[in-house]
Design a protein around this ligand. Sequence first.
Ligand SMILES: [Zn+2]
Length: 109
Amino acid sequence: MHAANWRWQGATFVAVPQRQCARPGCNSVASATFTFDAEELIVWLDAPVDGGARAGELCERHVRALTPPQGWRLDDRRGKREAAAHDLANTLAARSPLLARAFRNSGGV
Ligand SMILES: [Zn+2]
C-alpha cells in the first residue's frame, strides 16, 4: 500500500507516503515510529514523519503490544509537539552518549 497523506512540513505542504508496520506478516499502516537510545535506556514513540530518522515503525495494535525491556522507559511523544520528529533526528544524528547528553540537557526532552 503506497497511498499518501498530505501534511504541513514547515511552510510546505508535502506528500507523506504511508508506511507499514515493521512486524513480519503485519500489513497495517504504521501509526508510530519508534527509536531508542541504548545509553539512556529509553524508547520513543513518535508520529511517522517523512524523512525522519527512525529505527522502525509499528501499527497501533503492535504499539500497544510493545513492551520495553526491563529497566527501559517508554516515552510516547505522539501528538505532544511537531518538533518531536526534529528532535528525534537530532538525537539519532548525535548517537554518541556525550552528544545525546548535551541534547538532553538542552531542554529538548
Ligand atoms: Zn502491526
